[in-house]
Design a protein around this ligand. Structure first.
Ligand code: HEC
Ligand code: HEC
Ligand code: HEC
Ligand code: HEC
Ligand code: HEC
Ligand code: HEC
Ligand code: HEC
Ligand code: HEC
Ligand code: HEC
Ligand code: HEC
Length: 326
């Protein structure tokens, strides 16, 4: 059925140039398709913005252009063309203008179709064509009623068919807090263009939470920071558990994308280590002298940076690196 339509579509397109009367016998009965070249006559700008994209490549038999052209997405247009006073191949003469454009599928914001119905048009090809879009159903974006058109503009002309010139702009129209994060001192170089949101996320859906495009957050981090994978002779438990126990992914004002400043970061878990953990802790002899923590500033300075001594914070391979010091 489908391949028959493709053949008829091609034949129709060629014949249109010669004599439209001939197409009458060839046109698929009751289908009401007219082909891209007919739409083009009245919608030149939409034709231009479509034919230059991967969708307009006729030689690739998976594309809309190789199927029903514009009508692969907007539905059969014969009735619409008639209503507008246009010539429908096969009908011979133009018929008078009708009640308007009620008979064509509008897909933009004015669409009467539901979100699901519009997405289904795109998914009819894309769900099986690439693994990238395969997990759309049940994804956080689907369940929040996003349409493909919230991020993609079929007639938009931006790279990857996006609605905005860059992916960063496309995503941060909704995700404003993330935009603020990547402007902090320490950040992944997204705004410098060295990576994108999709370097870590698949916006269409993933098996992992938070749309992370890997089997876990750590697996994603290891893709680029391979030296953190180990294996280590002496592991630091929270590192293997999740990089997110100490880091934030997008940006931080604490340096090194840290979720908190050291030593506070460390002390959230190590309050009872052998040497005093707390920032203002007193040594026993200071306490017995009745000093307040403010009078014992040297103490504070000494314990200030755990990393001065515990430098192998992600794990150590040194035989005596049990305390992550070497
Ligand atoms: C004879 C001229 C003509 C032809 C041929 C034609 N259209 Fe239209 N089309 C119009 C006019 C006029 C409108 C109404 C524009 C408006 O309301 O702003 C329209 C409206 C539309 C709309 C809705 C626009 C909106 O914002 O509501 C779509 C979608 C559309 N056409 C697609 C197509 C497709 C697809 C084809 C080919 C199957 C096609 N048109 C062929 C003249 C034509
Ligand atoms: C791959 C699917 C697809 C193809 C093929 C396609 N369009 Fe569209 N078109 C859309 C979508 C989706 C919109 C909604 C606007 C947007 O966000 O891009 C749209 C918008 C439009 C509109 C504005 C009215 C509306 O629906 O919002 C017109 C008119 C239009 N297209 C005409 C055409 C014509 C003419 C062709 C062929 C030359 C064509 N389209 C091919 C998907 C498609
Ligand atoms: C008839 C099948 C078909 C339909 C319907 C269709 N597409 Fe496509 N689309 C394709 C093919 C084929 C490609 C090219 C894929 C490739 O080169 O790997 C493509 C490419 C794309 C791309 C990549 C564009 C780029 O510049 O790299 C996006 C984004 C896309 N489609 C979105 C959509 C959206 C959104 C819709 C619904 C409005 C839609 N498609 C409907 C077949 C289709
Ligand atoms: C939240 C934003 C967003 C939504 C919603 C969205 N996409 Fe995408 N899409 C993207 C981004 C960003 C890319 C580029 C990803 C990349 O570079 O890996 C992309 C890429 C694609 C591609 C190209 C994939 C490839 O293999 O290169 C296709 C096809 C596509 N999207 C189709 C769709 C369809 C169909 C829908 C609706 C079911 C949809 N998208 C919904 C953001 C979105
Ligand atoms: C280096 C990888 C990476 C990049 C690049 C990245 N993210 Fe994330 N993102 C993550 C991780 C990991 C999480 C999960 C954080 C958690 O679970 O605490 C996340 C969480 C999120 C969340 C969920 C809410 C939140 O803040 O926890 C949103 C929304 C988000 N990212 C959007 C974006 C956008 C938009 C971009 C591009 C500007 C982007 N991300 C770039 C790794 C990344
Ligand atoms: C049209 C608005 C919109 C756009 C554009 C958008 N998102 Fe979202 N995104 C949402 C909504 C709504 C949620 C659900 C928020 C929530 O649950 O708090 C969400 C959730 C997320 C989450 C968290 C998922 C989870 O499991 O909690 C991530 C990650 C994310 N988006 C990444 C992206 C990326 C990357 C882009 C760009 C490719 C993008 N978003 C574009 C609206 C959008
Ligand atoms: C696509 C590759 C990529 C992925 C995936 C990735 N990163 Fe990065 N990361 C980078 C790049 C590039 C830099 C910047 C390095 C530079 O500027 O020299 C960086 C820098 C960092 C920094 C140092 C920031 C600073 O201010 O010095 C930390 C910490 C970091 N990443 C942690 C993570 C974590 C945690 C994950 C997993 C959520 C992750 N990265 C995933 C590429 C990646
Ligand atoms: C226990 C807390 C903690 C965990 C968990 C953690 N890190 Fe770190 N990470 C740090 C600290 C502290 C620094 C700063 C080190 C410094 O400034 O010398 C750092 C620095 C970094 C840097 C930049 C400097 C460098 O060493 O390359 C990268 C990249 C990084 N971490 C990646 C990761 C990845 C990937 C994971 C998960 C596998 C992870 N971190 C888990 C505490 C942690
Ligand atoms: C999320 C909790 C958590 C955070 C945050 C954390 N650690 Fe740990 N750390 C642990 C756990 C759990 C162990 C393993 C303890 C054990 O085996 O008894 C450990 C082990 C250690 C050890 C080795 C102890 C030994 O067995 O000799 C050192 C040293 C250490 N951490 C230092 C730090 C420093 C420095 C920081 C801050 C950069 C930090 N940790 C942040 C949970 C944490
Ligand atoms: C002046 C160097 C130095 C500084 C600064 C330092 N440590 Fe240590 N830490 C050590 C040494 C040395 C050991 C013991 C090693 C051994 O006995 O094998 C140790 C042991 C530990 C242990 C494992 C033993 C225990 O008591 O459970 C933890 C956990 C630890 N430190 C956490 C921290 C934290 C958190 C900070 C910052 C608040 C910190 N260290 C600051 C040198 C330091």
């Amino acid at each position: 059925m489908e391949s028959r339509m493709i053949i008829l579509g091609c034949v129709g397109g060629v014949l249109l140039l010669t004599a439209s009367v001939l197409v009458a016998q060839e046109a698929p009965p009751g289908q009401g398709y007219v082909g891209t070249q007919v739409c083009r006559q009245c919608h030149a700008p939409y034709y231009q913005s479509y034919i230059q994209t991967p969708h307009g490549v006729k030689e690739d038999k998976r594309t809309p252009e190789a199927k029903f052209g514009c009508e692969s997405c907007h539905g059969p247009g014969a009735a619409h063309v008639r209503e507008q006073g246009g010539e429908v191949p096969g009908n011979g003469l133009a018929t008078p203008a009708g009640p308007g454009n009620a008979s064509i599928q509008v897909l933009g914001p004015k669409s009467k179709l539901s979100v699901e119905e519009r997405n289904a048009i795109c998914l009819s090809c894309h769900e099986t064509m690439t693994t990238k879009v395969a997990l759309w159903h049940g994804s956080p974006h689907e369940s929040r009623n996003l349409t493909c058109m919230d991020c993609h503009a079929v007639h938009g002309g931006h790279p990857k068919g996006l609605v905005k010139p860059t992916e960063l702009e496309t995503c941060t129209t909704c995700h404003q807090p993330v935009k603020a994060e990547i402007y902090k001192n320490s950040h992944h170089p997204i705004r410098e263009g060295r990576m994108e949101c999709a370097s870590c996320h698949n916006p269409h859906g993933t098996v992992t939470d938070k749309l992370i495009a890997a089997h876990s957050i750590n697996e994603k981090c290891y893709e680029c920071h391979t030296e953190k994978r180990g294996p280590f002779l002496w592991e630091h438990a929270p590192v293997t558990e999740s990089c997110m126990t100490c880091h934030t992914p997008h940006g931080s004002s604490h340096g090194r994308l840290l979720a908190a400043k050291t030593p506070f970061l460390c002390q959230s878990c190590h309050s009872n280590s052998r040497h005093p953990g707390t920032l203002y802790a007193l040594r026993p002899e200071q306490a017995s002298q009745g000093l307040s923590v403010f009078q014992a500033l040297n103490n504070r300075a000494f314990y200030r940076n755990c990393l001065n001594c515990h430098s192998q914070i992600h794990g150590s391979n040194h035989p005596s690196g049990k305390s992550l010091g070497r």
